[in-house]
Design a protein around this ligand. Structure first.
Ligand code: MGD
Ligand code: MGD
Ligand code: SF4
Ligand code: MO
Length: 690
């Protein structure tokens, strides 16, 4: 008997998570058997999250799609039969050609997101769809609100290296469930706590999430009122004369006006009324921030998913400026490092192939409308990859109706048969990240890393690049790009990138899959040499309001914008991620589903439960103008009165009555930045009597 062939291969996790972990896989006789965190990666440091630990169960799952499929029943019903790749690609290409001839390029839409964060696999579809001049997509589903709030004050640049959080003495996690959504930050928080004096960890959130359970202080805030808390903290710091005036004078603009127009209106007693936080707590917190040597605010993307989301993040960025935290090692605002990876992606996306720029890209959050019958131009061809809109998009009821349109030809490229596949005409099988080559940046840390496949794609699955190239060739395109390998494309990306952060990065090192830190000095505050705004200063008052449509020049709070006039729906509904899912990924993985207690739940406060005669574990109905769902109640003081928390974007098909939480979420946008508002919904609640 031959002895087994054992190989260890270093790869990168492709899930939409800021940690972009480096992983050692063990391959035995061509099958992946083990996933271990890379001990040498400065962020991964040997550990993987519960989702990707034992990821061999996902790669080797019996549920993986392994052949192309063609629909045989009505849309939505899920009846399919296997077909060959040649049939699938030929039919898809013929459809594209016919639609182009009959309706023009505006009728084609590529719909994708970050199911695979690898730069080549994620963005390669752009090359083909730019070539075809298809309708463009504005990818606003995730972070646009928070981003706009951040950029309006400090510009597009990282504020602090996540590794430097170890130098902070007051760590405020503000609207971010780090334990679940960015777990490797915890290592640096632990280090900060271990130093002499020990850092204090404060969590500000509407509910006691997993991170809040680990905090020294938990501040339970009414949803959407963060701007007011930040203003009141700054107000109090200013009243005590503890603002950092020399920082303000040297590095900021507009403080006087900001103080007069905004801060003066929000003393702690006014803020108590709006935020639900006792004024003593606000004063105590203000003192902690003012006295801290290096206070840091870790701002979550989730914080931005509110009608006041951009204003909230903006106010926090201003608050941290009042105490000059940005120039203190370990201090500042920790938000997103993705902006530092200014790679030239044209070799992947080929925007230069597009010749038509005459219409506004459609918003991801409007997909339900864009695919509807009366939308102009009528979309006739939809190509979905790296996302599961039937589960993760807002206005689910209307979206599923739109996806059911018989005159819409839909192709879904997927690893698993998701709910979106139910609405496809053709389903194509995709590999996991263990089966493809790619280049990865991160939106949490500052390391670039390439990953090369550990095993061949399972079954007949083919990578995004492979499928897009094959489809392009069927459509008659013969540029060399349609034959290029991932390595060749990555080489071109690195060679054509002209940015100081990449100055020292060599193509050979990238291709050798080394973990490469950007050329950003260690232990140095992010904005040491100036902010990334046009004025180079921190802008308490915006010097360029044209940056974001609808942005007022001075930070403001607009009240409960969404709730106004919705008294018939007295509860606020927040829908944050589940610990064991990644958006809707892992939604069909038995280990994850078991750890998430098998079914979707909605947290409701005991006070409300009593009033509505709702018992723990009882079925309840949540409803509003958009839709309704039945869900199991979890009666708990972790939430607050009038606030329902439903963790996890479960697949609709796994919910009672096959309806998901996004039946209740809307396509309303943030105050500015055009972000999604998944955490700002109004619903009514009633017990289901059986
Ligand atoms: N395990 C896991 N990890 C993930 C994901 C996942 O689904 N599962 N998703 C990934 C993706 S795509 C993203 S974008 C990130 C998102 O990760 P985060 O930035 O952590 O954002 P969310 O988890 O959406 O929300 C974080 C917290 O914001 C709180 N929040 C909601 N509204 C408000 C408010 O008005 N004020 C305050 N102060 N807090 C509020 C929520 O209650 C929640 O606890 O996580 C990534 N990581
Ligand atoms: N209610 C509510 N809804 C939300 C959110 C929320 O907090 N609450 N969060 C929102 C946010 S922040 C985001 S980012 C979106 C994310 O929503 P989606 O972008 O839909 O993300 P996932 O649900 O993880 O779906 C990713 C899909 O990509 C597939 N995939 C993975 N790798 C590949 C590959 O290489 N090729 C192909 N073709 N497919 C692949 C996976 O199998 C998976 O089904 O959801 C949003 N929806
Ligand atoms: S999902 Fe995030 S934490 Fe888990 S392995 Fe992937 S990158 Fe790491
Ligand atoms: Mo996201």
């Amino acid at each position: 008997m031959n002895s087994p062939q054992i190989r260890k291969v270093k790869i990168v996790c492709s899930h939409d998570c800021p940690d972009a972990c480096s992983i050692w896989t063990t391959v035995i006789d061509g099958e992946v058997k083990e996933f271990k965190g890379d001990p040498d990666h400065p962020i991964t440091q040997s550990s993987l999250c519960g989702k990707v630990n034992e990821y061999e169960r996902v790669v080797n799952s019996e549920d993986r799609l392994v052949t192309p499929l063609k629909r045989t029943g009505p849309k939505g019903e899920g009846k399919f039969e296997p077909i060959s790749w040649d049939e699938a690609l030929t039919e898809t290409a013929e459809r594209i050609q016919k639609i182009l001839d009959d309706f023009g390029s505006r009728s084609l839409l590529q719909y994708y997101y970050a199911g695979n964060m690898g730069l080549v696999q994620r963005f390669c579809g752009d090359a083909l769809f730019n070539r075809l001049n298809a309708t463009q997509l504005n990818q606003n589903i995730c972070y646009y609100g928070a981003d706009a709030g951040y950029q309006s004050v400090v510009g597009s640049g990282y504020g602090i290296d996540m590794e430097d959080v170890k130098h902070s003495d007051v760590i405020i996690i503000w609207g971010c469930n780090v334990v679940t959504t960015q777990m490797h930050l915890l290592d640096f928080i632990r280090q900060a706590k271990k130093t002499e004096g020990g850092a204090e960890l404060i969590v500000i959130d509407p509910y006691l999430n997993r991170t809040a359970k680990k905090a020294d202080q938990f501040v339970k805030i009414k949803p959407g009122t963060d701007a007011v808390l930040a203003f009141a903290l700054a107000h109090e710091i200013d009243r005590l004369g503890m603002n950092d005036q020399s920082f303000i004078d040297a590095w900021t603009v507009g403080y006087g006006e900001f103080k007069k127009e905004t801060l003066d209106r929000y003393p702690p007693e006014v803020a108590e009324e709006i935020t639900g936080i006792p004024q003593e707590t606000i004063k105590d917190l203000a003192l902690k921030i003012a006295k801290a040597k290096a206070p840091v605010a870790k701002v979550g993307i989730g914080l931005g998913r509110n009608s006041n989301g951009a204003a909230g993040v903006r106010a926090i960025c201003c608050l941290m400026g009042v105490v000059g935290s940005y120039h203190k090692l370990g201090g500042g605002v920790l938000y997103d490092s993705g902006c530092e990876f200014r790679l030239d992606l044209n070799p992947i996306k080929h925007l230069d192939w597009r010749t038509r720029f005459d219409d506004e890209p459609v918003l991801m959050t409007d997909l339900h409308e864009v695919l509807s019958e009366d939308y102009n131009p009528s979309i006739k061809f939809l190509y979905v990859h790296g996302c599961n809109p039937a589960a993760t998009n807002p206005e689910q009821k209307r979206l599923l109706e739109s996806l059911s349109r018989e005159d819409l030809f839909t192709v879904v490229h997927e690893r698993f048969f998701t709910d979106t596949c139910n609405y496809a005409d053709i389903v194509l099988p995709a590999p996991t990240f263990a089966e493809v080559d790619d280049l990865y940046k991160s939106y949490g840390h500052l390391y670039l890393q390439m990953s090369k496949k550990a095993i061949e794609p399972r079954g007949e699955s083919r990578s995004n690049l492979d499928v897009i190239q094959a489809l392009g060739k069927k459509l008659g395109f013969d540029d060399s790009w349609f034959d290029a390998s991932v390595e060749e494309i990555v080489t071109e990306v690195i060679e054509s990138t002209d940015d100081p952060n990449f100055e020292h990065i060599q193509v050979e090192d990238v291709l050798n899959c080394e973990t490469l830190r950007l050329n950003i000095p260690r232990e140095t505050p992010g904005f040491k040499d100036g902010f990334k705004t046009r004025s180079k200063k921190l802008e308490f008052v915006s010097q360029d309001t044209s940056l974001f449509e609808g942005m007022p020049s001075i930070p403001t709070y607009n009240g409960d914008v969404f709730g106004r006039g919705q008294d018939q729906y007295p509860f606020k509904l927040i829908t944050p991620p589940a610990h064991m899912f990644l958006n809707s990924s892992f939604g069909s993985d038995p280990k994850s589903v078991k750890r998430e207690k098998l079914e979707p739940k909605a947290m409701i406060h005991p006070q409300d439960a009593k009033e509505l005669n709702i018992n723990d574990q009882q079925e309840i109905e949540l409803y509003n103008d958009l839709g309704s769902i039945e869900i199991i109640a979890k009666v708990t003081e972790d939430t607050q009165p009038s606030v329902i928390i439903a963790e996890g974007t479960w697949w609709p098909s796994h919910g009672i009555g096959k309806k998901g939480i996004n039946q209740l979420t809307s396509s309303r946008l943030t105050d500015f930045g055009k972000g999604s508002t998944f955490h700002d919904n109004r619903v009514a609640v009633r017990a289901v009597i059986k």
